[in-house]
Design a protein around this ligand. Structure first.
Ligand code: ACM
Length: 682
């Protein structure tokens, strides 16, 4: 056991860490994410200078010219180099281009589109080749991630990459119904998706709490069901174009027959209970549901989906189908009589009846349907895609019946799991399926439900964790090293920050609001190592509704905070004897000292900012726990074994009050427990 040395360079290392993350200092390696299917380092560097130029050849599209132009500007902005080349276009040509992008045909935005590319960087040129312009777009993101720097300037390391996705459906679902997300939120998240090669935006556009897409046929949907917060058709077209320009499909979801209160505010005649209805303000599962027994429901939905089929060009229309509690069906005597007359034995069977009348209407509009796993029934057409969200059983059940499935179980971003937890979920089970059945698993989606997110903090709930899911969906199955994933995830987050995503920058605003002033350092110290406790604890903690403030510490803290994770890795290195850098102990000590002393400083801010009062217990607990951590470190450093009495008392103190407070949890408890246990070992 044990280390003894502390260098006087702690401050330098800690500040370095804030730039790079602990793992980053340990290993200087490529920061590609998702990791390519095949990559070979060929040695040497391609150096960028201001004469860097790009040519687009083959059968280039406007989309590819625009993407190449954006790439050039981003390289210029990152390097500060004044490239002479401006916008690329079919009319602009360059002599002896430094980089050539070749795409042989236009890629069609659809399931199974060709997204493969090859990238060859040598000391004298960069060559990106793809069958389709969409493949070239994916390759451009890889090129941007390859940019590195040394004391001589900026360069691309020489590599040969042959890349293609493992799964064709790599989605992000954004719930814009519960909290409305303005167009700029959607567009910046589309930029984030493109950066990590996600290719489907699943746009959840209606729910009990709001109807968010303009219908010209049924204007009361948004007129009465949206509080005025909805996307006009013009805005929807603009978002679809913005996504298409980045090789991303947009699949709308209109959730029926349940999750439908907002429809009935303007159109109560299609509901199963008489109404009147008002927009739901609370979170949960609610009773309103379409009346599946009357013909006019299908006339209405047929017209509605026909209009939406014209607005959204994607082949897939998502009809939701989840969480119908059946209560309003059971309470309606006419519906009960209908079930009896038609020998429909259960609510589930009545929903099947509903789906089987709805789906043909949508297919008549040349669409295929998708929906949550509840839509699965024996008469569902095999063209339908089933989204598994409750358990792996539904995924296996669906593929065994011959349906294509996408996975979302395990990938709910609103559940605040760590990136590593999401990362290690794999859509394909280890056993129990034939090769043919495995092929029906076509990918998955990260899901951002929006009960507890606002436009201000949504990016920090999606990113960077969704990038870990993006890698699972793109990269080979055996790319699973968590520590290396985090090293690259930190780099991705910086890139997303540059792209205008707000997962890092909005925290500053939120901290200033909380501190009611500019001096936020002690508050930041605390927020950097707490995370929202868990979604189910939140449900019970406060009277949450659509009007709840989402500006408290729990909303400001991020799931899986980098500082806590770095601390945890450093402690792992110490207690595993895993050859930590000699400064690791010093860095751990520095952090523990800061945490121990933080409470006194935070008190001063709390005094002028009552919104923070609720975190006082957790701040005090941090101080006590950090103090124990320092004692443990002392034992470790002096190679002295701590007594079992001390170990036991310390662990007890650490776990006391470790329960959630203000809906957040301290993310450094487990590593400090490790230090204490290690101090007591032989
Ligand atoms: C769902 O989470 N209700 C699909």
């Amino acid at each position: 056991m044990r280390y003894v040395r502390i260098l006087a360079t702690v401050a330098v290392f800690v500040s370095l860490m804030n730039v790079a993350g602990y793992a980053e200092i340990n290993t200087r390696k490529l920061t590609l994410m998702p990791w390519p299917a095949k990559i070979e380092m060929t040695g040497g560097r391609y150096r960028l200078n201001q004469s860097f130029t790009v040519e687009v050849t083959g059968k280039p599209t406007g989309r590819l010219f625009r993407a190449a132009s954006r790439m050039l500007r981003r390289l210029s902005q990152r390097t500060g180099l004044f490239f002479s080349q401006g916008y690329l276009s079919p009319d602009s040509s360059v002599e002896n281009p430094c980089m050539v992008i070749q795409a042989d045909r236009r890629g069609r935005l659809r399931l199974y589109m060709d997204e493969s590319y090859r990238l060859d960087v040598t000391p004298s040129r960069v060559l990106l080749k793809a069958n389709t312009d969409i493949g070239a777009l994916r390759g451009i993101q890889t090129v941007l991630q390859l940019l590195e720097a040394d004391s001589s300037g900026y360069y691309f390391p020489c590599v040969r990459i042959e890349d293609h996705p493992r799964f064709p459906w790599r989605g992000l679902m954004i719930d814009a119904a519960r909290h409305f997300m303005p167009v700029n939120v959607i567009e910046r998240n589309i930029r984030g998706m493109a950066a990590v090669k996600l290719n489907v935006l699943h746009w959840h556009l209606s729910d009990n709490q709001g109807f968010r897409a303009e219908s010209k046929t049924f204007p009361k949907l948004t007129g009465m069901g949206s509080d005025g917060h909805f996307y006009t058709q013009q805005e929807i077209k603009a978002v679809i174009k913005y996504a298409a320009d980045r090789g991303i499909r947009v699949v709308p979801e209109f959730d029926v027959p349940a999750h439908s209160t907002s429809w009935f505010v303007g159109y109560p005649q299609y509901a199963s209970a008489p109404g009147p209805y008002s927009i739901e303000r609370k979170w949960g599962i609610f009773d309103p549901v379409f009346n599946p027994t009357i013909n006019k429901t299908y006339v209405f939905l047929g017209k509605f989906f026909k209009e939406m089929a014209g607005l959204f060009p994607d082949k897939y229309m998502d009809v939701g189908g989840d969480e119908n509690n059946g209560k309003d069906w059971n309470a309606n005597p006419k519906i009960q009589a209908f079930m009896k007359a038609h020998k429909i034995p259960s609510d589930a069977a009545l929903q099947t009846y509903f789906e089987n009348r709805l789906v043909p209407l949508i297919m008549k509009d040349h669409k295929d349907v998708m929906g949550w796993e509840e839509i699965l029934n024996p008469r569902l057409p095999k063209s339908a895609i089933v989204q598994s969200w409750r358990g792996n059983a539904s995924l296996e059940n669906a593929v065994k019946k011959g349906y294509r499935v996408i996975l979302s179980k395990g990938w709910y971003l609103d559940h605040y799991f760590t990136a590593s937890q999401y990362y290690l979920v794999d859509p394909v089970p280890d056993s129990g399926l034939t090769l043919q059945q495995k092929k029906l698993i076509i990918g998955g989606e990260a899901c951002m439900w929006s009960e507890y997110v606002s436009p201000e903090n949504i990016d920090s709930r999606i990113w960077p964790r969704a990038a870990a899911i993006a890698e699972r969906l793109w990269s080979p199955r055996d790319i699973r090293n968590v520590r290396d994933m985090y090293r690259r995830l930190d780099a991705v987050s910086l890139e997303l920050d540059r792209l205008g995503l707000t997962q890092l920058k909005n925290q500053g605003t939120m901290l200033r609001n909380l501190a009611n002033g500019y001096r936020v350092a002690p508050l930041r110290t605390l927020v950097d190592i707490v995370a929202p406790y868990d979604i189910y604890a939140r449900v019970k903690a406060k009277p949450y509704s659509a009007f709840a403030p989402l500006t408290r510490v729990v909303d400001t803290a991020v799931p899986d905070p980098m500082t806590a994770r770095d601390f945890s890795f450093m402690v792992d290195d110490i207690v595993s004897g895993n050859n930590p850098m000699e400064d690791t102990v010093a860095m751990v000590e520095h952090m523990l000292v800061r945490w121990k002393e933080n409470d006194a400083n935070l008190e001063k801010i709390i005094d002028r900012s009552p919104i923070l009062r609720e975190v006082q217990p957790i701040s005090r607990h941090l101080s006590a726990v950090a103090s124990i951590g320092l004692d443990a470190l002392n034992y470790i450093r002096h190679n002295t074994k701590a007594g079992q009495g001390w170990v036991k008392a310390s662990l007890s103190t650490i776990s006391t009050d470790a329960a959630p407070c203000a809906e957040v949890k301290l993310m450094v408890i487990a590593p400090i427990e490790s230090l204490v246990k290690y101090a007591g070992e032989k």
